[in-house]
Write a protein that binds this ligand. Sequence first.
Ligand code: MN
Length: 201
Amino acid sequence: MPFELPRLKYAYSALEPVIDAMTVEIHHAKHQATYTKNLNTALEKYPEFASKSIIEILKDLSSIPEDVRAAVKNNGGGYYNHSLYWENLTSNGSGQPSGKLAEAIDSTFGGFAGFKEQMEKAGLTRFGSGWAWLSKKSDGSLILHSTANQDCPLSEGLTPLMTIDVWEHAYYLKYQNRRADYLSAIWPIIDWKDVETKFLA
Ligand code: MN
């Protein structure tokens, strides 16, 4: 099995009270585990892709055989997007970006408050299931956007830095239908060091 469910760097309860332990556990051990299993199943027939990284695969979906391409897009996206989401979160957040990332956010979005507002809006206005993203373009500049379902910015030529899962399974137990409340509550648990590392890579 080439792809394995990543271990979290914190306990399921570590993100409370923003995200409750049961939501994190079901999200990781059930939802992401299923994407991982289904990604492996989709690629069983094509072992030549087993040696590739998920980043290589999502950057070039057209190279995936047509009969499994949709399954790889959906489950590979589910595998990768959740991995990034978990990496972006921490029990020990600083509350705001620093260094070169903070400078880039300030100059692109008119300050951190403006950035948060636009990111929350991207998540809130994504109809149905999907993701809000801060990504880096090939020229190094920042872009704030959203994707549907499990679609990944890597497949659009972007480098994802930070994401918020806005599928209902990410927030429903605690926030029910109140996606806006989940989005506005998440900022204290963002790991800005992780986002900055990805920005500088
Ligand atoms: Mn999810």
